[in-house]
Design a protein around this ligand. Structure first.
Ligand code: RIB
Length: 310
């Protein structure tokens, strides 16, 4: 029996407005398109991993509102195991406001709600689950203490943690030593390294610095410019892996899809470069549709996209 991928993270109800251009301060933009979908970086990554064929256990807290049941049903319909999705009372589910403007790029704000209840105490009770995992996958939309506690726990039982440091927030940098694979975009890489990361050249420098800061493998994602990878195995060798050129209409959850699919490919025993290509293909499919979880591709779609040699 293969070991599961344990995703520990957030879920949100996403309220999306897509418009031709984002409003400037005090400006009102009309003629936007509205959509309510389900998102949250943790949930998006769990859904992406399950749809890509992973055996996924999601650790999460939803709130007491009319959205919670639908959200959980959506996870299950994607094949995510929900035994550890806790239903919290007296609090709303996480909520995100997503504004999508030119080029499909988005502006996001999140009210964590029930995600704040995913405490270290909760994770401490899941030692056996974590010990039996192929990988633990996390983001940063749950409390810092929970992230640090999970890193300690996973290190103690020898399970690799893939951490998507998103969104960027302060934490104990000494914990980076416990991260097997760190995945960041340009602004997140800039916050962590103090370098201005905006292209392939600066991303190369950042990945090397991230490895010096203690992470095993560092990946900087650059959207349409692809990924820069400094792998533990290559001891300082840095590789650029191109993205698939597609027309993006909404980049929401592209990074989440990438992370979830990368871990699935790694759990299947694929080499890191192959896994990055698989993840990039999934992200390329994701950006061509509107919304977070509605745009997450299934395994058959990713395989077909890769087979077509696009
Ligand atoms: O990464 C995209 C996600 O970020 C959205 O689904 C939103 O909920 C926020 O968490």
């Amino acid at each position: 029996m293969t070991k599961p991928i344990v995703v520990i993270g957030s879920s949100n109800v996403d309220f999306i407005m897509k418009m031709d251009h984002l409003p400037a301060r005090d400006e009102t933009v009309t003629d936007a398109e509205f959509m309510q979908t389900f998102g949250g970086k943790g949930a998006n990554q769990a859904v992406a991993a399950a749809r890509a064929g992973g055996d996924v256990v999601f650790v999460n807290c939803v709130g007491e509102d009319p959205y919670a049941d639908k959200m959980v049903a959506g996870f299950e319909a994607s094949g995510v195991r929900t035994d550890y999705v806790f239903r919290e009372t007296g609090v709303a589910s996480g909520t995100a406001l997503v504004m999508i403007g030119e080029g499909g790029h988005n502006y996001l704000s999140v009210a964590p709600g029930a995600n704040r209840r995913l405490t270290p105490e909760r994770v401490e009770g899941l030692r056996d689950l974590i010990a039996g995992a192929a990988y633990v996958l996390m983001q940063f939309e749950i409390p810092r203490e929970t992230i640090e506690c999970t890193l300690d726990l996973a290190a103690a039982v020898g399970v690799p943690v893939v951490w998507n440091y998103a969104p960027a927030k302060p934490f104990d940098r000494a914990q980076l030593e416990k991260v097997a694979i760190l995945i960041v975009n340009e602004p997140e890489a800039s916050v962590l390294t103090g370098l201005e990361v905006s292209d392939r050249v600066s991303a190369r420098v950042a990945t090397v610095k991230l490895r010096e800061m203690g992470v095993g493998t560092a990946i900087v994602t650059l959207g349409e410019q692809g990924s820069v990878v400094a792998a533990r195995e290559t001891r300082g060798g840095v590789k650029h892996i191109p993205a698939f050129p597609v027309q993006a209409i909404d980049t929401t959850a592209a990074g989440d899809t990438y992370c979830g699919c990368l871990v699935v490919a790694l759990a299947e025993g694929k080499a890191l470069e192959v896994a990055v290509r698989f993840a990039s293909a999934a992200a390329a499919l994701c950006v061509q549709k509107l919304g977070a979880q509605p745009s997450t591709p299934w395994r058959s779609e990713i395989d077909a996209f890769l087979k077509d040699g696009v």
